[in-house]
Ligand binder design. Structure first.
Ligand code: ZN
Length: 357
């Protein structure tokens, strides 16, 4: 459960009455609840309760639960939560999933999965992140339990839920979710998904990005910060004048990046190239860039050099795209140079740049 605590004034005698309200979930559904005169202590987010004699009412077509003086509420163990019979859960498709959906079954192909250690509060936890797909689309996956997922496997998942993460839905699995291996003959194969031909940037923009986006276009510019940047050793945020906005004064670690503006004639998007990708595209390593900076201590010259190298180059980029008010940003998995006739590329580029002025 999640909740907030507040007090309301009773109309009859003006006395203050404590109230707890929030959301309760048993894994099959989530309902709003109101708890009159709750205990002062012992209620925390995630606690499991057993309530006998709760009132259930309907509000705007959704059930709501109220705990009154007649309700007996006691702590319970997570094992007492109903073993949700996954056979009763409806089947859903990827394109139907929306944030806060739960209590469904879904059949998916594992396109990508990798373990990652993250810090949650004071705890270090392993999360298995990846990408899953059915024939209607792809969705990011975040599994907080190890289900031994492998790329290429077809699975039937029950008891997961959907949350919004960086503007895109993400399927979350935890220890209450179940994963069963299936045949999955009607599910797309991962290679096919990752090989999909590039689509127009206008289309990608209209769909708000996507988990496995492929586009092809010409480099028309770079956005700041590009070139040599310094990062906080703790949180990886870029550091300005030795100051991280979270960790204060830090010893910034050098890094290379390029925020590439790619245009395919239908629209433009930003490709966030990391150090390895920038080194490969630019042909200059981080160490070499630092050496150049010692001779010529103006970092903006490095950015200009990168721009000179990349401008007009045709790239095919695959990766995950998110959209915000500045448009679509791609976090690339692969960036490939597409060789083209240089004269026609230059013409195409000048025509495009001309169009924008
Ligand atoms: Zn920091």
């Amino acid at each position: 459960m999640t909740f907030e605590r507040r007090e309301v004034t009773r109309r009859s005698d003006g006395s203050r009455r404590p109230l707890l309200s929030g959301l309760l979930s048993d894994g099959t559904a989530t309902v709003r609840f109101t708890w009159w005169d709750p205990p002062r202590e012992g209620i925390e987010r995630g606690v499991v309760l057993r309530a006998v004699g709760a009132e259930v009412r309907e509000f705007r077509g959704r059930p709501e639960v109220t705990f009154t003086w007649k309700t007996r509420v006691a702590p319970a163990s997570p094992a007492e939560l109903p073993r949700v019979d996954s056979e009763e859960m409806p089947f859903r498709l990827v394109q139907e999933l929306r944030p806060s959906d739960e209590g469904f079954r879904i059949e998916l192909r594992i396109v990508r999965v990798a373990a990652k250690t993250v810090t949650v509060g004071a705890e270090r936890r392993v999360v298995h992140e990846g990408l899953v797909a059915d024939r209607t689309g792809t969705i990011a996956l975040s599994a907080w339990s190890d289900f031994g997922l492998k790329v290429g496997e077809a699975v039937r998942i029950a008891g997961g839920y959907v949350r919004g993460f960086r503007g895109r839905p993400q399927l979350v699995l935890d220890e209450r979710s179940s994963v069963v291996r299936i045949d999955g003959t009607d599910l797309p194969d991962p290679a096919q998904l990752l090989r999909a031909p590039p689509r127009s940037i206008a289309e990608v923009e209209e769909e708000g990005g996507g988990e496995a986006v492929a586009v092809e276009g010409v480099v028309v510019g770079l956005l700041p910060p590009s070139g040599l940047v310094y990062r906080c050793p703790t949180c990886q945020r870029s550091v300005r004048s030795g100051i991280c906005r979270i960790h204060g004064q830090v010893d910034g670690q050098p890094d290379l990046r390029a925020r590439i503006v790619l245009d395919d004639g239908t629209g433009a998007l930003t490709v966030n190239a990391n150090r390895t990708e920038t080194e490969k595209l630019w042909g200059v390593t981080l160490a070499e860039a630092q050496a150049r900076l010692r001779n010529q201590p103006d970092p903006s010259l490095l950015e200009e050099e990168i721009l000179e190298t990349l401008l007009g180059r045709r790239l095919r980029v695959r990766g995950a795209g998110t959209k915000d008010e500045f448009g679509v940003t791609l976090t690339p998995e692969t960036i490939d140079r597409v060789d083209i006739d240089l004269d026609s590329a230059a013409e195409e580029l000048s025509a495009r740049l001309g169009e924008r002025e």
